[in-house]
Write a protein that binds this ligand. Structure first.
Ligand code: DC
Length: 221
């Protein structure tokens, strides 16, 4: 049987950096489910689909094939065969992913892909509803969070490194809005699973969080 680790938490808590590191050190496959929602969002933006129009959204999802591949251990997102990994990290895509991922039909499209990966491989999967909905039987569930201030500061530094102009206030506001949407949507809202271990990374280094999750995994294996 495969060993599954679920990591959920809000945007900017360090999930993907930490999940990638832990997966690599444990020899697990890292599955970034946010990237899957981002890929759908990219398609919707490209095709000017109004995700509030149910039929329009359903038709768009029919025409879209989402798949995942690995190159040098890095997850690659394919949209109808095109590698779109480098195109899904913009703020525009983030906003559309947050809006469209609230739609049950969008979530249903990704459910099987996510569960089948976890059934076949030892995975470390990160997202919002992995411990609560996708992998309720995961051997280890972590809810990774941090204060809004800490998350905004990290994102601000990332943006600066990329040479993108943005103010700390704007980032804080975006994070707050995204948290609110992710936590208050009717379908699969972000929340901590009852059996998840909560880790607040506000004052922890990446190494400290990685070590903590590795030791939790070692206890359960
Ligand atoms: O983790 P991220 O920022 O790449 O996720 C992009 C959006 O997708 C985010 O607004 C929440 C949503 N998402 C989700 O609803 N469920 C998941 N399992 C992963 C992401």
């Amino acid at each position: 049987m495969s060993f599954n680790i679920a990591i959920d938490g809000p945007a900017g808590a360090g999930k993907s950096t930490i999940a990638k590191r832990v997966a690599e050190e444990l020899g697990f496959i890292y599955v970034d489910t946010g990237a899957m929602y981002r890929t759908i969002a990219l398609y919707l933006l490209r095709n000017q689909v109004d995700c509030e129009q149910e039929q329009e959204l359903a038709a768009a999802l029919e025409g879209m094939e989402i798949s995942i591949a690995y190159e040098n251990g890095e997850q690659q997102m394919k949209l109808n065969g095109e590698n779109v990994t480098g195109l899904i990290r913009t703020e525009e895509v983030s906003r559309m992913a947050s809006r469209s991922s609230a739609k049950p039909i969008v979530r249903a499209k990704l459910l099987e892909l996510q569960r089948s990966l976890a059934a076949r491989f030892d995975v470390l999967m990160d997202g919002r509803d992995i411990g609560t909905m996708i992998l309720p039987d995961a051997q280890l569930k972590v809810y990774l969070t941090a204060s809004i201030e800490a998350r905004a500061r990290r994102r601000y530094l990332e943006q600066q490194e990329k040479g993108e102009q943005c103010t700390l206030e704007k980032i804080e506001k975006d994070i707050e809005e995204r948290d609110y949407r992710d936590m208050h949507r009717a379908t699969a809202p972000l929340r901590q699973a009852e059996d998840a271990v909560r880790i607040d990374s506000s004052y922890m280094t990446i190494e400290e969080v990685v070590d903590k999750i590795k030791s939790l995994a070692a206890e359960r294996r």
